[in-house]
Write a protein that binds this ligand. Structure first.
Ligand code: C2O
Ligand code: CU
Ligand code: CU
Length: 439
């Protein structure tokens, strides 16, 4: 991990193949020789300076997922292409009132995102601050999946697997297969869970424990919420408190989650790199030592970012539809929004700076799609499934097949141009991304 000093976090990230994963040498990709890359720890008001060195054989770039930072200048810019052999200097300034929490970084060069994230290019960003929770440990846990062949080469899916959204058969935590996390009974730990999988929805549970959720997507909830299960869409995060009481060995599991299917009929075998689990997968193990004790206390109210956009007035409403259609343009299936594939030159939405908008995001396709908006976090106000979410801001929400999500966004600051997209990164690469220009 790398921490800021004197208000600046400066480092070089070199993206290159050939890291070791799950104890094997592989063709997987890493930053500075490891996957995940270093955890970046900085505070609100500080500056992140990253020199990105591209030692891949394809273009790349860097995105700081969930950070509320300006899309202008040479900061977070999903339109940028850094070619093989090139170097680029990013400078990203966090506002003074940036919420503390868990964010992450990954490449965002359209057309290559799924391959590069699946390959291993991801890392955690911790924005420091917030209350002292009295925890004995604070662990970013990046949960990824990958498929490797017998010689350690990353297996990429063919077109059907991309349409489905690839799922690797190996689920890793911080690049390790089923690592053991140790804890003492009667203490608490903060786990910063980050779903960096290309397409897999995690449906997590910890044997013998409830998880006390503190935040979603980096933003604190009003108070901890105890859950038996935590569903994290690709790109999503949740900080949880784990409070073991009894010594023993407990599995962190992810259960199968049905995301639907592109619906082309007879595509039962989606080819390599699309393993669909039929039962729970062990993600990690919690080894609890010591004597049986009372659970560590839960914290009280948390510093939720001021939002509650739910009751307030709305300046503008939009309807945005996830769409999939056959071969209007070229072979295969078109993935997009409102019947159009991504075009970086086109501006799809033009909110006014300072406006509060309500977006109805609909999904008439047969698959779930996680909706993600850069720069401006949103509040989910209503969903087709009636599921209620606590009043906080977030940046990823799963829009179920045949359903919809109503959300509110305040374009309070940061004029500029950025994107929203499906965080099934294969779908994003297939064109399920669009642009927003705030001014
Ligand atoms: Cu994590 Cu635009 O993505
Ligand atoms: Cu993002
Ligand atoms: Cu999708």
């Amino acid at each position: 991990q790398v921490s800021s000093r004197d208000g600046v976090l400066a480092l070089t990230l070199t993206a290159a193949p050939g890291v070791s994963l799950a104890g094997r040498s592989t063709s997987a990709l890493g930053f500075n020789g490891s996957s995940p890359g270093p955890t970046l720890r900085l505070r609100p008001g500080e500056v992140l300076r990253v020199r990105l060195v591209n030692e891949l054989d394809q273009p790349t770039n860097l995105h700081t997922h969930g950070l509320h930072v300006s899309p202008e200048g040479n900061g977070d810019n999903p339109f940028l292409s850094i070619e093989p052999g090139q170097t680029f200097d990013y400078e990203i300034r966090l506002p003074e009132d940036h919420p503390p929490g868990t964010f992450w970084y990954h490449p965002h060069r359209h057309g290559y995102v799924a391959d590069q994230v699946f390959g291993g290019l991801a890392g955690a960003i911790v924005v420091r601050g917030g209350p002292d929770l009295g925890t004995a440990a604070d662990r970013p846990l990046l949960i990824s999946d990958i498929s490797l062949d017998g010689s350690g080469n990353v297996v990429s899916p063919g077109p059907p697997g991309r349409m489905m959204g690839r799922q690797g058969d190996l689920v890793l935590v911080n690049g390790q297969h089923r690592p053991v996390v140790s804890a003492r009974a009667g203490t608490s730990q903060r786990w910063r869970l980050i779903n960096t999988c290309t397409s897999r929805v995690l449906s997590l549970r910890l044997e013998g424990h409830r998880l006390a959720q503190l935040s979603s997507d980096g933003m604190f909830l009003p108070a901890p919420v105890e859950r038996d299960r935590l569903v994290l869409a690709p790109g999503g995060r949740a900080d949880v408190l784990v409070r073991p009481q009894d010594p023993g060995d407990y599995r962190l599991l992810t259960d199968p989650f049905d995301r639907g299917h592109p619906g082309m009929g007879g595509m039962g075998g989606m080819g390599p790199g699309t393993a669909t689990a039929t039962g729970p997968i062990t993600v990690a193990r919690l080894a609890v030592s010591g004597q049986s004790s009372a659970a560590a206390p839960l914290p009280g109210p948390l510093p939720t970012p001021p939002n509650s956009l739910r009751p307030g007035p709305v300046d503008n409403r939009r309807q945005i539809a996830f769409t999939m259609g056959m071969g209007m343009r070229g072979p295969g299936m078109n993935f997009g929004f409102d019947g159009r594939q991504f075009d970086p030159q086109r501006t799809d939405q033009r909110p006014a700076l300072g406006a509060t908008e309500e977006w109805l995001v609909t999904n008439s396709t047969p698959m779930d799609h996680p909706f993600h908006l850069h720069v401006w976090p949103f509040q989910v106000v209503e969903t087709s499934t009636g599921s209620t979410t606590p009043d906080t801001l977030r940046d990823v929400v799963l829009v179920p097949a045949g359903g919809w999500v109503r959300l509110r966004v305040r374009f309070a600051d940061f004029p500029g141009r950025s994107v929203y997209h499906c965080h099934i990164l294969d779908h994003e690469d297939l064109g399920m991304m669009a642009t927003v220009h705030v001014k």
